[in-house]
Each structure stands twice: as structure tokens, then as C-alpha cells.
Design a protein around this ligand. Structure first.
Ligand code: AMP
Ligand code: FES
Ligand code: ZN
Ligand code: ZN
Length: 305
């Protein structure tokens, strides 16, 4: 098959809209779509300093690559979670990706910072749950302390569709009101953005391949995976039968999101007595979980060798 726009052989068949594209026209398509996402949802302004949080995986690597290509002012942050081989490998991919881009990379190592790695804490909480809490806190605190205007993550359309689907299936609708491509900044919460919001996982993999972006393929050994992957598989099956299912599901959700706002609980946020970040009680959930007595300081922290 030939590309829809030129004589070159097809590199990919897109299902929605249905078309064959050569490598060059696919890259153009992908980049235009990210640009449109940024404009449509007003994610970023040209003068902002953006912290791209990179896991070593494909989605965040592509996010950093494309924001740099579109001319944004970015730096990257990788959190080494202290999960044995998996984390060492992830860190080395993050380093290679940022070196290839010529973008500064900051590295925060959980074991050095907090004494224990993810998975080594004795607690009844699920590993993925306190891992998520730890990552979110560090992304935000690092960005806040170092004066970034936004944190960009690699979430793609499949991530978003499966998150909404899973939460609807379980009627955990209280999580949906704040879900979307943009979480505006507020007080000490730095704005969060998802530039790949409208691109499928398949498109992200193809874009990485087309640009020679190397990334970590292995899943975390604690993969909360099982159920998320099942929801993704169901959506993929539906997408196959009815192309456009995922994007229409997610866009429909955004139109109806207001319905879930009624479930937002008004909680008065105070300042954590340890770190000064927003907290529901006397301590924020991060300082509380890790039993901190003094705050983590990221101000002026730069790339370790
Ligand atoms: P996940 O929750 O693992 O699907 O990751 C969602 C997004 O969070 C990724 O696309 C990255 O932008 C970011 N992220 C996940 N893990 C890390 C990490 N260890 N260090 C930095 N960023 C991460
Ligand atoms: Fe956090 Fe696996 S990445 S538990
Ligand atoms: Zn072409
Ligand atoms: Zn705190």
C-alpha cells in the first residue's frame, strides 16, 4: 500500500480516520495532533518552563521528544523507585533518552531520599498505591521548589480510556471529576498536562520507532497491571470492531464530566506541618506515610553524575 499523501510505501495503517501513511507523513500527523491537543485544551504557553517526568518508557520519552521538537522549554525528572534491576534499567533508559535530546535530566532516588525503596516498606497499603502517592508528591514538590510552571506526563488515549472505563465499571465516580488532559495549578499544586491525550498507544509505539527512540519495554514487577490491562484489552477489542470507540468514549466523557463534579468533596486544605504542602490533616499523606520529621528539599537540585 502507498501513503495517502505521496508515492512512498505505507509505514502504518491508521484505523480512525482510516488511512495509510508513509513514515514522514505519519510523523507529521502525530506532531500536528499533539500540537492541536495542546491548543484545544490550552495545556501550555510558549514561555512556560515544563518538567517532563520520564519513566524510561515509551510514552514519556515521546512526550519529551515532541515537546522539545515543538520548541518548548523543557527539563526532565526521573524517579528511581528502588525496585531492583527494574529501576536501574529504567534510569539508564531515561538517561539515554535525555542525552539523545540534549535536555537536562534530574534524578531523584527514592532509596537515597527515604531510606527504603518502593516494595520494601512494611505496610498494609498496596505497593502500587504508595508508589503512586510517592511519585505524585515528588513530581509536584520538585516542580514547585524549582519554579516549573507545569508537569507533563506521558499518559496516552489508552491510559485515559481504560482509567475512565475501570472507574465507571466499579462506580468509583468520585475519581472522575478531576480527570482530563489538564489539571490546573492551584496554590502549591503545579499544573499537570498530558500532551499525548488523544494519541493511542499503538501510535505512540509507531512514533517512537519512526524516530529511533529507545525505551524500556518491561513492566514493573508489581504491575498493578492485571486489571488495567484487562480493561485495555476490552477497549482494544471494541476499537477493532468499531474504530473510534476510544476517542469517542473519552471525548464524550469530557463533555459529561460536569456530572461527576457533584461528587467532589469540599475538603479544606491546610498546610502540612512538616513540608508545608497542602494537607487534609496535620500532615500531608506523603510525610505521614514515610514518617518524615523534616521536609524533603529539592530546591536547586541538579542532575547527579
Ligand atoms: P504510569 O502511572 O506508570 O502509567 O505512568 C504515568 C506517567 O507518569 C508516565 O507517562 C510518566 O510520565 C510518569 N512516570 C511514571 N513513572 C515514573 C518515574 N519513575 N519517574 C518519572 N516519571 C514517571
Ligand atoms: Fe510503582 Fe510499579 S511503578 S509499583
Ligand atoms: Zn507520505
Ligand atoms: Zn508533608
Amino acid at each position: 500500500m502507498r501513503c495517502k499523501f505521496c508515492e512512498r510505501p505505507a509505514f502504518i495503517k491508521l484505523h480512525y480516520p482510516k488511512m495509510y501513511l508513509c513514515e514522514e507523513h505519519f510523523k507529521e500527523y502525530f506532531e500536528r495532533k499533539v500540537k492541536r491537543t495542546i491548543e484545544r485544551y490550552k495545556l501550555l504557553r510558549p514561555d512556560e518552563r515544563i518538567l517532563v517526568v520520564v519513566s524510561g518508557g515509551k510514552d514519556s520519552a515521546v512526550t519529551a521528544y515532541i515537546l522539545k521538537k515543538l520548541g518548548y522549554n523543557i527539563e526532565c525528572l526521573h524517579i528511581n523507585l528502588g525496585i531492583g534491576e527494574y529501576s536501574e534499567k529504567s534510569e539508564s533508559y531515561a538517561k539515554k533518552q535525555c542525552e539523545a535530546l540534549g535536555v537536562p535530566l534530574h534524578i531523584v532516588r527514592v532509596r537515597e531520599l527515604l531510606g527504603k525503596g518502593i516494595g520494601e516498606v512494611k505496610t498494609r497499603r498496596a505497593v502500587c498505591s504508595y508508589c503512586g502517592l510517592t511519585k505524585r508528591y515528588i513530581f509536584n514538590k520538585f516542580a514547585h521548589d524549582n519554579g516549573f510552571n507545569a508537569v507533563a506526563t506521558g499518559h496516552n488515549l489508552d491510559d485515559e480510556a481504560s482509567f475512565i472505563f475501570a472507574n465507571l465499571m466499579n462506580w468509583n465516580t468520585q475519581y472522575l471529576a478531576k480527570q482530563g488532559p489538564l489539571l490546573p495549578g492551584e496554590g502549591k499544586f503545579v499544573k499537570k498536562v498530558k500532551p499525548l491525550y488523544e494519541l493511542t498507544e499503538r501510535e505512540v509505539v509507531a512514533y517512537a520507532l519512526a524516530n529511533g527512540i529507545k525505551y524500556m519495554v518491561e513492566e514493573c514487577p508489581y504491575a498493578r497491571g492485571a486489571t488495567t490491562l484487562e480493561y485495555k484489552a476490552i477497549l482494544n477489542e471494541m476499537e477493532e470492531k468499531r474504530p473510534g470507540t476510544k476517542i469517542n468514549f473519552v471525548k464524550g466523557f469530557l463533555r459529561k464530566k460536569k456530572l461527576f463534579e457533584a461528587e467532589l468533596q469540599e475538603v479544606e486544605l491546610k498546610e502540612c506541618r512538616i513540608c508545608g504542602m497542602p494537607a487534609q490533616g496535620k500532615k500531608c499523606s506523603f510525610c505521614n506515610f514515610w514518617g518524615l520529621e523534616k521536609p524533603l528539599e529539592f530546591n536547586g537540585r541538579i542532575t547527579p553524575p
